[in-house]
Design a protein around this ligand. Structure first.
Ligand code: DLL
Length: 430
């Protein structure tokens, strides 16, 4: 099923002509932002120098720091009275990133969400529970309006009160849910504790944080849903940027609205075709906050080999962020690799927490792992066996020795939004 078949399946020259036309429009739009006006002047480039899509490489990058430097409204290309909504990202360091939307931006955003929901088979008659934060976080309102646009019955349940959420899914005959994968896992856990079935549920759309294939299998098994990965970032509207089709071999990134590149995060050079690197996006139709070559920090690869569903370009599942890569004793580790290993072991329960310390100048990684109740016999000998199994599985994948601390099921924190699973204490003095 398509929402906008023409755009979703546009290919070849027709697509390139449209992208180029929109890129040129974007370059005129960004020129209204003093930051960019100055940047392009310094780089000696004007919109006229971008004669083809390839020329985008001549343009300077934009990164999160630049956006923070423009706090609050320095990146708006339209007067504030044309901005009808503002979202911000929390930002763990420094000022939050502020994103403004014109009415047209909101329409375009809903269009992308509408395409995604239709792509996974949702239509009028489906009942959709949106279990993400409805505030400044883009996941709530973003999905909400796209879902209404295609006529779903939307329940804006937001986060919290998990038992009530589960009752609503059951009582309202909810067919589709949206939340972070960590919250979905918690929903599964509480549903099991309550001993209820959720027979109406068929689709789960999960995103806003990295998750793995093993987590997908687990969520599909425990919630009995068909689980789809959803990627997005506030700077590009929010969710809706890229989404899996039923083939589940990558996420379609909407080529008529977003121009993509993959670069080596260190050198800034483009990587060879199909190689993994940092995703850089130039949005092509953003009015209020146009950007050029925005460095997402997300690590993925482009998949261009054609999808049986007929839609265009895809990105691979995000495997981590260039800035959350941990360097442990010189070895690069992404938290998502740890998650993938842990979730593939049946002895491991629902949650884990990675703690990194520097002891006598050496990095030490301890992973607190909740045990699966079924394997929790209480026998010390069995525990040692499990500990050993987990640490060798991790050593095989990461090439690193880790200390595994098994903890009781249910004892680690649960998350309603994005999970925080790494505590890096190396920089701290006490
Ligand atoms: O997380 C938007 C969103 C809401 C996406 C709901 C999907 C569903 P931000 O808070 O700005 O926006 O965070 C964006 O989250 O750069 C990635 O690092 C990460 N991220 C988002 N989706 C995925 C995903 C929303 N499917 C940042 N897999 C991005 C891995 C993801 N990481």
């Amino acid at each position: 099923m398509f929402w906008n078949k023409k755009m979703e399946t546009l290919q070849g020259d027709k697509l390139a002509v449209l992208q180029h036309k929109r890129l040129t429009w974007t370059l005129h739009q960004i020129d209204k932002v003093p930051f960019y006006h100055q940047r392009l002047k310094e780089a000696g480039i004007s919109a006229g120098d971008i004669r083809s899509l390839e020329d985008v490489e001549k343009l300077p990058f934009t990164n999160k720091k630049d956006l923070q430097g423009g706090y609050p409204f320095g990146f708006l290309a339209v007067p504030l009275n044309q901005v009808v909504r503002i979202h911000t990202t929390s930002g763990t360091t420094g000022k939050p990133t502020v994103v403004g939307y014109t009415r047209q931006d909101l329409d375009n955003w809903s269009e992308l969400i509408a395409r995604n929901l239709t792509m996974v088979g949702l239509a009028e008659g489906d009942v959709f529970q949106n279990m993400v934060n409805y505030g400044l976080f883009t996941g709530g309102l973003g999905f909400h309006y796209g879902a209404e646009k295609i006529g779903l019955t939307v329940i804006p349940s937001a986060t919290g009160n998990t038992k009530r959420q589960i009752e609503m899914i059951r009582d309202f005959g909810v067919t589709a849910i949206h939340c972070t994968p960590s919250y979905a896992l918690h929903i599964a856990e509480v549903t099991e504790e309550m001993g209820v079935d959720l027979p109406s549920l068929k689709v789960g759309m999960f995103g806003a944080e990295a998750w793995s294939e093993s987590m997908r299998s687990e969520l599909q098994r425990r919630l009995k849903v068909n689980a789809f990965d959803s990627y997005g970032l506030s700077e590009m509207y929010g969710p809706g940027v890229a989404f899996e089709c039923p083939e589940k071999e990558g996420l379609h990134i909407w080529h008529d609205c977003l121009l993509t590149e993959i670069i080596d995060p260190k050198s800034g050079e483009r990587v060879a075709e199909g190689e993994r690197g940092e995703l850089v996006i130039t949005p092509l139709v953003k009015e209020a906050m146009p950007l050029i070559r925005y460095r997402t920090g997300d690590i993925t690869r482009l998949i261009e080999d054609g999808c049986p569903c007929g839609r265009g370009q895809k990105i691979g599942r995000i495997t981590g962020r260039s800035d959350d890569m941990l360097v442990i004793r010189g070895i690069n580790v992404f938290p998502s690799q740890i998650e993938h290993v842990l979730r593939s072991l049946p002895e491991v329960g629902d949650q884990f927490m990675v703690i990194i310390d520097r002891i006598n100048y050496l990095d030490e990684m301890t992973i607190e792992v909740e045990m699966n109740r079924e394997y929790f016999s209480g026998e010390l000998r069995d525990l040692a066996k499990v500990q050993h199994k987990i640490s060798s599985a991790l050593r095989d994948v990461l090439g690193l020795r880790t200390t595994i601390k098994l903890v009781e099921p249910g004892s680690l924190p649960r998350f309603e939004g994005k999970a925080k699973r790494v505590i890096d204490r190396r920089g701290q003095l006490w």
